[in-house]
Ligand binder design. Sequence first.
Ligand code: CP
Ligand code: NVA
Length: 307
Amino acid sequence: MTRHFLRDDDISPSEQAEILKLALELKANPYAQKPFAGPKTVAVIFDKTSTRTRVSFAVGISDLGGVPLIMDAQGSQMGAKESVADTARVLERQVAQIIWRTYAQAGLQEMAANSKVPVINALSDEFHPCQLLADLLTIQEHKGKLAGLKLVYIGDGNNMANSYLLAGAMAGMHVVVVTPEQYLPSDEVVARADAIAFETGGSVSVSKNPAEAVVGADVLATDTWVSMGKESEKAQRVKDFAGFTIDSTLLALASPDAIVLHCLPAYRGYEISAEVLDGSQAVIWDEAENRLHAQKALMVWLDQRAK
Ligand code: CP
Ligand code: NVA
């Protein structure tokens, strides 16, 4: 049966581990799998801007023997002129998979409900599950394991926070999300992540105190305070997030061998200091590269189930 990957918990913890293992194999042997040989075409649609996602999917699809068809909302009929459901009905007849970066999660659900080919969330307002596969791969490479590690995310309770909660809990990690009072992650996601953590031996919690939360952290993570679509709130957000910057003072409170993640793009001096982002504990370029390997594994894995 066709599977879709719209949020981090659309796969089980053991399936997550399977995809990460495949990602490592493909990283060591990039051209070993050719599911899109033919070549088949894979649609990659952007309603928001992107560098990493655009490049890593384009390169990944061609590594897997396929042809990437990069589309954007402005250049297609989708949106105001044609429904998501009708777009899905057209695409599923011609492409092997549909990868979409958009705003509302509901749009992705509508696309998947009308597509017999796998649909992948390449970032929505609610989740960024492909980024989390890359982040987990990066943590595993640097720490040799995932389960039992303490991961502290500091910043906006946004798509990245939601994905850290779900995917981290699935990996058996102890995830702490630290946000100002008015930027908490979704209650539904926290409850779901808590239920998952109960099964995997991990834990999730929410805090408003960065200095307290980072003690003993193995992994620190952050993201922009101003996500795509929130640009008009920038001035207010910069005020509200004062004290939530990952800088060397905060980093010094974590485990001495803690690593620092950032999905990028980063705004030095806001959510993270230049010293930390460009320092020896940051693993951000590995993380950016791992988008490629993790997404290739995901596409292979979904292709195997789409028959
Ligand atoms: N991290 C990430 O998704 O980057 P892009 O917005 O450049 O794709
Ligand atoms: N939270 C950010 C992530 C960018 C990759 C955004 O949605 O803009």
